[in-house]
Design a protein around this ligand. Sequence first.
Ligand code: BES
Ligand code: MN
Ligand code: ZN
Length: 471
Amino acid sequence: MKNNKVYRLFLLKGNRKNPADAEQMYVKRMAADQPKGSWTDFHLPEPHAYLWLPERGADEARVDYLLRVRTWGRRWADKARALPGSRWALTDLEWQDAEAVRALAESFLLNLYVFDTYKAERKAAPELTAVEAEGVTAADLTAMRERAAEVNWVKSLVERPVSDLNAAAFAREMAAHLKPLGVTAKLWTRKEMEKAGMGGLLGVNRGSVDEPAFAEFIYKPDNARNAKPVVLVGKGVVFDAGGMNIKTGNYMDDMKTDMAGGAMAAGILALAAKQALPLYIVALVPATDNRLNGNALVPGDIIRIGGETSVEIVNTDAEGRLLLADATAYAHKHYAPAAIISMATLTGAASRAIGTKGIVAMRERWPEAMAQCLERASEDVQERYCLFPMWPEYDRELESAVAELKNCGSGVAGMITAAKFVGHFAGKTPFLHLDVAGVAYYDKDESAWRKGATGMGVRWIGRFLELWSKK
Ligand code: BES
Ligand code: MN
Ligand code: ZN
């Protein structure tokens, strides 16, 4: 049921001394007991609420501040969801910080999403109808809505359990979403995977009752500035039980989210297509579940990646890199790309290293100009990353006595050896690897993100491509 009322949210500075008018004075008095940066509901003639925003601390980094603002965007979304179908207008009374207003509004849009497909009662999502602030246009609001919609679409895929989204369904969903945006979608047959020698994908899939999938999405606008594409490679493990090295304890609990990298790659491509970026971009998503049956891979097995490189399987739970390696080898051979960006919930080591607040990134042969775009993009959208090294000494970790490589090292620097494994198949192509294991899915609300799938990284790399397309 749609409510005709529009709720107004007025933004005020956290530590104002002199209210500009009587209403603000009144509101200020009412709010005197509230902690700074709080939310106050006032039902004056029309429904409206005031949000006292925290001011930037004297030595607070801009990104930290904007993340704090985004946290208020999440809280505002929580409030709004309690009023299903409510419509909201945002008015900046005195804050006067357009970038922060946009961060707040976008965070609101992002945090409206809830995975309620299986709930008996599905509540109508609230809407943001207007943003009235200096420096924020109606076009800005539309762009934020579109970007948030893509991120929320990615979340909706990550949330779906494997019973509802197996590899083939995952590939079909992505294709259905991308085709109307002008993207060419090619869903490979098993024969084609066999012909390309995708021993990693097919090997992991041996333990599954479902067919594997390999999705190839091509966005190639006529005005593309690059002759060689940027290839995004995303891990599409729709459920990771660990295979024969079965996960113990509660380590299997959230493994429906192990395709977050694949969904992320598709989401980034969707964003690029929606924005009509003049860039040639390809997304590759190899997909399967990693379960176990009588035919599953076992430790000691030797497979071949890209029909060539032999790999000794030491641990069947290090499966993501096998799929990514097949896709990376194919990207390298078939496209001779300008750059390869792989993205995956790849290692527990990444989340142990820096926790849940940012993406672990590693790169080789990455040009300085592109490094600058990455950094700037991260600041622009307030998605954090931390660079880890790909020191050559760690190559030895992957040396095998019986094959050219083994699929995991001794346990030290697990996120680095995983990146090295995938990077091995990129040849001389600039290679960037994003380990999103720590950030793809939250089990509780954390700062700017609601619990559940976060879609983190989509806005960052989306913005990166946008900046790069202008270089
Ligand atoms: N999908 C997992 C990594 C993961 C862990 C993602 C926690 C999200 C949250 C991956 O396939 C995996 O099992 N990695 C192993 C690698 C090890 C066997 C070398 C790990 O990190 O323990
Ligand atoms: Mn695994
Ligand atoms: Zn996995």
